[in-house]
Design a protein around this ligand. Structure first.
Ligand SMILES: [Zn+2]
Length: 314
């Protein structure tokens, strides 16, 4: 999910990889014991489509069933023919990851595991790519997963890492003994992640990135886009990118801008108009984080897209 175009700054040129070799609906081994099927739901926020991963052999965990798309569900069934789906795991409850959950559960009888209710406001305050329609508000897992839990399957074990920021219920799954993390939409190789309030929270997002940056993983398998080798590099690039963006927004306020619509065109040059709402929410996420640290003040709280922002006088 993206608000910026590749190549718009140094950090992004360093990090983005938009190469991805795949055929829709075909399960391909992307790491030992891990297969990937790409769903046919490409778009500006889903890249080539949602990645569904199959973990293990014989007894298989499905990570992110994906969109409710007949061809995709048939592809999961074909790929797991003669095997048993033992678990259905969900990284976060955005519809491009969860819409196929009900049908896959009917087909397999496997339990659905996810973070579940966060007790936080979900969706977005304005229509946006992470707006209400994007969040699966009805989703209730059979079993909830928490940070630090370990989930064991027949020939695999996953460490559960709670990584809020893109979504409050976002989980990453670390495959034990393989230095491999299923990074969902928290870290993707092809572009930056959308952080759109209230669904997205910048302070949480940065904390979740710091947690991954402390690990020694060698491979990330994201919710969209290809394998990420040397993942610490992209995690650091993400952190650098956010610092640069925050400085640029702060500089706009210093030069007298007070409103998000004034700031967006200065931060995102050459932005497609259909990405403007997401860009505005991303600027709001940065401003919220500056307000939390008392570096910026806002006339109304919680801050919104049309709020006025300024730098407090010393
Ligand atoms: Zn997604």
């Amino acid at each position: 999910m993206s608000t910026s175009k590749p190549g718009t700054n140094r950090a992004s040129r360093l990090a983005f990889n938009t190469e991805m070799n795949f055929d829709y609906g075909v399960a391909v081994e992307v790491a030992p014991g891990v297969r990937r099927i790409v769903a046919g739901n490409p778009g500006p926020f889903t890249f080539k489509g949602t990645n569904t991963y199959l973990v293990g052999q014989g007894d298989v965990a499905v990570i992110d069933p994906g969109p409710d798309n007949d061809a995709h569900i048939a592809a999961i069934a074909t790929a797991t023919k003669g095997e048993r789906i033992s678990h259905i795991l969900v990284t976060h409850t955005h519809r491009d990851h969860t819409d196929a959950v009900a049908r896959l559960k009917d087909y397999s009888n496997a339990p659905v595991l996810a973070f579940g209710n966060t007790g936080k406001e979900r969706g977005a305050r304005t229509t946006s790519p992470s707006g209400k329609a994007f969040v699966d508000l009805e989703f209730i897992p059979d079993e909830t997963l928490r940070d630090g839990d370990v989930l064991e399957g027949a020939d695999w074990a996953l460490d559960i890492i709670h990584t809020p920021g893109h979504a409050p219920d976002h989980l990453c799954f670390a495959l034990q003994g393989r230095r491999t993390v299923f990074s969902g939409d928290h870290v993707m190789g092809w572009n930056t992640t959308v952080v759109a309030p209230p669904e997205g929270n910048m302070a949480d997002f940065l904390t979740s990135l710091e947690r991954l940056s402390e690990r020694r993983d060698k491979l990330f398998l994201p919710g969209h886009g290809g394998r990420i080798e040397m993942p610490q590099r992209i995690v650091r690039a993400y952190l650098m990118h956010r610092k640069m963006r925050e400085s640029a927004i702060y500089a706009c306020l210093k030069s007298g801008d007070r409103f998000i619509p004034q700031i967006v065109p200065k931060i995102y040059r050459r932005l497609d108009s259909n990405l403007l709402p997401a860009a505005a929410l991303s600027v709001l996420a940065h401003l919220e984080y500056l307000v939390e640290r008392n570096l910026v003040q806002c006339e109304e709280l919680p801050a919104a897209i049309h709020s006025a922002f300024s730098i407090p006088r010393p």
